[in-house]
Design a protein around this ligand. Structure first.
Ligand code: ATP
Ligand code: MG
Length: 575
């Protein structure tokens, strides 16, 4: 099925002729570029200077606003704070903060000073925090007094390199920390950004850790070119927009599209520090008059779980574009968007390593629900033939590109886009292994249809091989979600002496549905009817599927639990 775009979105789409754009596209290159210069200081010479850059809705609903001019001054002060502490180029400034104004000031001020931003989820426990601060060589940490006391004080002794901890708020700073407010008040408001090379390190991003130990991906200032262009193409962002990115600032989406790209484009950025709650989210969309919304499948599935009624209570007429990332977006969710919110959801695909959106359903493009879309201009994507281990087959350093449509292969990208990661910190071997035959290997399996749309099959590690079938969990999960009782599903393979693996599904039920034997039989029959040979042989009810902090179902963990194996690295597991 295709959702045809008849008529145009409220603003003219940037892509009139997708293929022409693709042919003509060349990534602009500059020798020097600084992310914070592009996101903040550049606007001082335009009318955007007085516009609201940031509108932070607090947990208590208190709203704090900063104009672009305010942001300029505050980030200058923070850069001066770092300079005053003797923190220089390339040194790591970690954040452990929610969506508060100080976070944005810290990130952009750090980039002005040419120090490196390493954001963490504020919900991490002490051990994942310690591990990341250690791995990333954190010299400065900015956090709240409460988080410091609960999570950092106990591990501080094991982190000799962590010289300065800066805490937010008006209360006296706990022992061993410095008050950010006092430092800011004493710092000068003028700061000249030093010359910044395109290849200067800007951000250190830890991957979601869905499949194992988190890796620290290195990103550079030149990436801003890709952040900005892709936000225009794939999120349809324009200067007049009010934009809400629900991603936590602790992962790559929360930085590339939650801070950098929208500010470069001069939009008003809305953030909400409150916990997920269907009514609250709809209220934020309404009250803040959000026009472009970037969220994740798990959030949308949660909204779906609450049915249509809450959505109908709010005026969402300002909303004109919705996009999603992070996990495969079930066709059911795209259609729900169309029906309940009046807009389809535009899926896009990328990774911590790619730094920016690589494959996307555009504003101007017909949507095929369930497809990730097509490569953004300037990106060449291909599918590579796979070997016995499920990953691209490499023979004498060479790989084979699949030309025919609808054949699953490892999704690969031609290196060279500006936001491409420049390495995994201190792990050159692992970095080198992600390239073969002139391609970056994503570790995801996908197929491409005859129209050039890419369809996600599975993470290479999650593929199930059952009785000669190659089964992607996503396909099975999406079908189960079409059943009215199912809110979310996660599918894994369990070992079987005959079939190799058997498909097992865990399902979360919507409110009002009970986990009865009858429902189990019904779901099993439903699966068999819709999926035939690849239907789950076993279904279990589970109201608490494990998710990463970035909202992805951790099938690896479900599998380990099922097999009674060690759970491995669970540092990014949602608490
Ligand atoms: P780790 O690499 O540590 O196991 P991770 O891969 O989950 O963690 P991220 O870089 O945050 O860390 O996530 C990127 C991955 O998320 C992609 O490789 C893909 O598997 C999945 N993903 C992202 N967007 C989509 C999408 N639109 N459709 C399907 N999968 C997606
Ligand atoms: Mg990954």
């Amino acid at each position: 099925m295709i959702i045809r775009k008849c008529g145009r979105p409220a603003l003219p789409p940037i892509l009139d002729d997708y293929e022409r754009e693709r042919r003509d596209f060349a990534w602009p290159r500059a020798a020097e570029v600084n992310i914070a210069q592009e996101a903040v200081d550049r606007h001082l010479h335009t009318q955007i200077r007085g516009q609201v850059a940031l509108r932070c809705v607090g947990k208590d609903d208190f709203v704090t606003e900063l104009t672009y001019l305010d942001l300029h001054v505050e980030t200058n002060r923070f850069a001066n704070v770092l300079r005053g502490l003797g923190v220089g180029k390339g040194e790591r400034v970690f954040t452990l903060l929610g969506r508060v104004p100080e976070l944005y000031v810290t990130v952009l001020g750090t980039l002005k000073n040419l120090s490196v931003v390493a954001p963490m989820f504020s919900a991490f426990g002490p051990e994942p925090i310690r591990e990341r601060l250690h791995l990333g060589d954190g010299r400065v940490l900015v956090t709240t007094p409460a988080l410091y006391t609960r999570k950092i004080a106990g591990i501080r002794d094991s982190l000799p390199g962590l010289e300065h901890v800066l805490v937010t708020g008006d209360d006296p700073a706990p022992e061993g920390t410095l008050s950010l407010r006092e430092l800011m008040a004493a710092a000068g408001s003028a700061f000249v950004i030093p010359p910044t090379g395109c290849e200067d390190m800007a951000l250190l991003h830890f991957t979601s850790g869905t499949t194992g130990r988190p890796k620290a991906a290195v990103h550079v200032h030149g990436a801003v070119v890709a952040h900005t262009i892709t936000a225009r193409y794939a999120l349809d962002l324009h200067a007049s927009d009010v934009y809400w990115c629900t991603a936590d600032p602790g992962w790559v989406t929360g930085m590339s599209y939650g801070v950098i790209a929208p500010l470069v484009l001069g939009v008003t950025l809305v953030t909400d520090a409150g916990e997920f709650d269907a009514r609250r989210w709809y209220r934020t969309l309404e009250e803040q008059r959000v026009s472009v919304w970037y969220t994740a499948p798990t959030a949308l599935r949660m909204l779906m779980r609450h049915g249509r009624a809450p959505a109908a209570e709010f005026d969402l007429s300002r909303l004109r574009f919705i996009a999603s990332v992070g996990e495969p977006l079930n066709p059911e969710v795209v259609l729900w968007g169309q029906e309940v919110l009046g807009l389809p959801v535009h899926d896009n695909w990328w990774q911590t390593e790619t730094g920016a959106i690589m494959i996307s359903n555009y504003a101007a493009m017909d949507i095929k629900p369930g497809s990730m879309g097509r490569p953004v201009p300037g990106i060449t994507a291909a599918l590579l033939e796979r070997g016995g281990d499920g990953r691209a087959r490499v023979v004498d350093g060479q790989v084979t590109v699949i030309e025919e449509p609808d054949v699953a292969g490892e999704l690969a990208l031609r290196p060279g886009w500006p936001s491409m990661f420049r390495g995994y910190l201190d792990d050159p071997d692992r970095y080198a292994k992600t390239f073969a035959g002139g391609w970056y290997l994503s570790g995801d399996i996908a197929r491409r249809d005859k129209d050039g749309y890419f369809w996600f099959v599975a993470r290479a590690d999650d593929v199930i091989k059952s009785a000669g079938h190659l089964i992607g969990p996503f396909e099975v999960e999406s079908v189960l979600m079409e059943h009215p009782a199912v809110a979310e599903a996660a599918v894994i393979g369990t070992p079987d002496p005959v079939a190799g693996e058997l498909v097992k599904a865990f399902v979360t039920l919507k409110p009002g549905h009970e986990p009865t034997d009858e429902l189990l039989r019904e779901l099993t029959a439903f699966g068999r009817r819709r999926l035939g040979a690849v239907a789950p042989k076993e279904i279990a009810f589970d109201q608490h599927l494990p998710h990463t902090r970035s909202g992805k179902v951790m099938r690896r963990l479900l599998k380990a639990r099922e097999l009674g194996l060690p759970e491995g690295d669970t540092s990014s597991l949602e608490g």
